[in-house]
Design a binder for this molecule. Structure first.
Ligand code: NAD
Ligand code: DAU
Length: 337
């Protein structure tokens, strides 16, 4: 089987490629990645001689058509992925997430290639802290940010191409991932690298927002289950019952670094900040037999902290620019709640 992995130099895509090469040596992998600020080719150094890497844009119709014509399946990770950036400048999100997905769909339609679309639980909007419900495959779409609106748009394109043109597509909507190779702009790596640098972690608002954490390897195993055995046209939610508020995540990190539990700052909140995400992954578990392997968040977090300690050369070149961007976006410390 030959697969095209878009966004394979990003966080989840790189972990997917590393896992695929290690566990499925019979698969031929081509990566298509534009190497934006979020892409890092060195994440794939250990498998460089086992994959084909193409530096290019998913919105380039001719390039995409040529690459898709030579594979059996496309796994589409490439995206602009950070909510804060989408608030500051939404245009690249529309271009990559919507137009880029359109370009891939046209190619898989033309060449009748199997397509798996990676999406997010954020398309469903957010839940109240005390809501007993969780997101399911039938929750109505209600995105809040420019990022999640463009991801929702791309999901709807996939659904339309599956229904109207018979494209052999599946979609997965996953919750918040953590693990190695995640860009330092994101919550957990930002706080880990802050702590390594002796900077206090930064919590948006009151730190009460809840995210449903899953280890990136568990996400990627689910993607393979869906690619191989998922029903065409079906959406699957991926989540590992990992709900935690942001303050608890920071508390776990402070404990990991042997720091005082109060050693953090509250900073300006994100506009429109979604309060809570929570996934009901019953369909994935009952139909495809998927189970998460990382069941203890604190163990997974400790391993992730070790990875950032041991791989400073991977993240250090990007750290200063990220902190500069947050400052330029107006982030400032708030009085303690
Ligand atoms: P990331 O920002 O770390 O990586 C994105 C990758 O896409 C980068 O390598 C970048 O260079 C590449 N890219 C961006 N624009 C491109 C373009 N026009 N053409 C080709 N490549 C381009 O993102 P991530 O966190 O790994 O997320 C991957 C996918 O998973 C996204 O679709 C995201 O919406 C989805 N997702 C992420 C999470 C999460 O917690 N990070 C959770 C659920 C779903
Ligand atoms: O739910 C899936 C989504 O998870 C993915 O679709 C996105 O691509 C991914 O970036 C992530 O979105 P979030 O906005 O939830 O992730 P982020 O890491 O930006 O923030 C996680 C939480 O932490 C959120 O409530 C905001 C908060 N936060 C973030 C940063 C960067 C802080 O409190 N302090 C921070 O410094």
């Amino acid at each position: 089987m030959r697969i095209l992995v878009t966004g394979g130099a990003g966080f989840i895509g790189a972990n997917f490629v590393l896992q695929t090469v290690a566990e499925r040596p019979e698969i031929t992998v081509t990566v298509l990645d534009a190497l934006t600020y979020a892409g890092n080719r060195t994440s794939l150094d250990s498998v460089a001689d086992r994959i084909d890497f193409v530096h290019g844009d998913i919105a380039d119709l001719d390039l995409v058509d040529e690459l898709v014509s030579g594979v059996d399946a496309v796994v589409h990770f490439a995206a602009e992925s950070h909510n804060d950036n989408s608030l500051a400048d939404p245009w690249p999100f529309v271009q990559t997430n919507v137009v880029g997905t359109f370009s891939l769909l046209q190619a898989v339609r033309r060449h009748d290639v199997r397509y798996h679309h990676i999406s997010t639980d954020e398309v469903y909007g957010d839940l109240e802290l005390d809501d007993p419900e969780r997101f399911t495959e039938s929750t109505p779409y209600n995105p809040s940010s420019p990022y999640s609106a463009t991801k929702a748009s791309s999901d709807l394109l996939v659904r339309a191409w599956a229904r109207s043109y018979g494209v052999r597509a599946t979609i997965s909507n996953c919750s918040n991932n953590y693990g190695p190779y995640q860009h330092v702009e994101k919550f957990i790596p930002r706080q880990i690298t802050n702590l390594i640098d002796g900077i206090r972690p930064r919590l948006y608002g009151a730190g009460r927002n809840v995210r449903d954490w899953i280890h990136v390897d568990d996400h990627n195993r689910a993607v393979w289950d869906i690619l191989e055995r998922g029903r065409l046209g079906q959406t699957y939610l991926i989540g590992a019952d990992g709900e935690l508020d942001n303050k608890s995540v920071v508390a776990a990190l402070l404990a990991e670094f042997g720091r005082d539990p109060d050693d953090f700052d509250f900073v300006t909140d994100r506009p429109g900040h979604d309060m809570r995400y929570a996934i009901d992954s019953t369909l994935l578990r009952s139909e495809l037999g998927w189970q998460p392997r990382y069941r203890d968040f604190r163990e997974g977090l400790a391993a992730t902290v070790r990875w950032y300690r041991e791989n400073e050369s991977w993240w250090r070149p990007r750290k200063e620019a990220v902190e500069h961007a947050y400052a330029a976006q107006g982030e400032r410390t708030l009085p303690t709640h």
